[in-house]
Ligand binder design. Structure first.
Ligand SMILES: *Cc1c(COP(=O)(O)O)cnc(C)c1O
Length: 351
């Protein structure tokens, strides 16, 4: 199959490099002192992101649960053991209503799994800083949860102002930036106490939730492994794969990478626009990620998407704009051969 749908969990999310695959293969037959491995990946995450410390948990959904747990229980063993019973703790999470997203389940459930309750600010169409301040005024608030994603609705929230409002009340702020790895430094620069990233999305490591942030809160996240975090722990091969992927990222010429990706999408759009009846544009990521996607307007887009999937190899594209007869394609992990296969299939389906 060819995945032009982006970092999509039901399709295996991303492609790791040969270097990351080798590091993982070498890790599997070995033993490790896992706390030492945890310290080592903390240093690497800190070096690459600029955060004070970092941790790896199973995935970002687990990271949401454990980050909230960390703000409620800290590193206190008694509290850690009693979660998800959070009755004697500050246990209310404030979140903009327009940041409720469904990445396979609702992020509200990832929060509630820790034992916390969610207070939604604003509504699905917008949330102002005043809306947030009203909810942050409550007595039992443990953290502010913000989501940076193309899945959120309404006008973007000023993250810096939102986090300042939380900090004025002594409330820590967490940003879920699961699919925002290339922007992790920007997200930390907002003042967020923790930023959560899926390693398996744009970092292309094995499945892993990276937690980057302040020293005490990251230690509190790690401490949850003696509690509800037991079911969300990272594997040794995931931690080794994350370290390898972060080291590759650090060595990468990012300007060249971004220019090459843009050239790939532009050339694809230009070639697709030659198919009779097709218009093609290149659109930047709406959340500010430094990647672009191709948008093809085609007759009967719904049928075209169905036929692309039914063919051999199966071709998957983003389908959230089918109502406007638009197919959206993300090409980041694809080889030139795969891009050519997509073009050939479009020609044969549309002419
Ligand atoms: C993908 C995603 C998640 C879930 O990440 P996993 O690592 O698959 O658990 C959470 N939040 C957002 C915004 C996502 O895009």
């Amino acid at each position: 199959m060819i995945n032009a749908k982006g970092t999509f969990t039901p399709l295996g999310v991303s492609r790791s490099s040969d270097g990351v695959a080798d590091a993982v293969a070498q890790a599997l037959p070995e033993f490790f002192v896992m706390t030492e491995l945890g310290d080592r990946v903390s240093e690497t995450i800190a070096q690459v992101t600029g955060a004070q410390a970092g941790a790896v948990v199973h995935c970002t959904a687990a990271g949401i649960t454990l980050a909230v747990a960390a703000t409620m229980a800290g590193a206190d063993p008694r509290r850690i053991a009693s979660l998800p019973d959070a009755t004697d703790m500050h246990n209310r999470v404030v979140m903009p209503a327009c940041h409720v997203v469904d990445y396979g389940h609702s992020n509200l459930q990832a929060i509630r799994l820790s034992g916390a309750q969610v207070d939604l600010a604003g509504d699905e169409t917008r949330c102002t800083i005043d809306d947030l301040e009203a909810e942050l005024d409550g007595p039992d608030v443990c953290c502010l949860m913000l989501v940076s994603s193309r899945l959120t609705s309404g006008p973007p929230i000023d993250l810096v102002a939102a986090i300042r409002a939380a900090h004025r009340r002594g409330v820590p702020a967490i940003i879920d930036g699961a699919a925002q790895f290339p922007r992790v430094a920007d997200l930390l620069a907002t003042g967020a106490d923790l930023v959560l990233i899926s390693g398996q999305k744009y970092l292309a490591s094995p499945t892993a939730g990276l937690v980057a942030g302040t020293w005490p809160l990251v230690q509190a996240v790690r401490a949850q492994e003696k509690g509800i975090g037991r079911t969300m722990k990272p594997t040794k091969e995931a931690v080794i794969g994350v370290i390898a992927a972060l080291e590759e990222w650090q060595a990468l010429d990012r300007m060249k990478w971004e220019a090459d990706e843009l050239a790939k999408v532009s050339e694809f759009a230009e070639a697709a626009a030659k198919i009779p009846g097709v218009t093609a544009t290149v659109v930047p990521d709406p959340a500010g990620l430094q990647i672009s996607r191709a948008v093809l307007t085609v007759p009967n887009a719904h049928d075209v998407a169905t036929q692309l999937e039914a063919g051999n190899p199966s071709i998957y594209v983003m389908t959230d704009r089918l109502a406007d007869d638009q197919l959206v394609l993300e090409l980041v992990p694809l080889t030139q051969d795969e891009v050519d296969v997509i073009l050939a299939r479009l020609w044969s389906l549309l002419t």
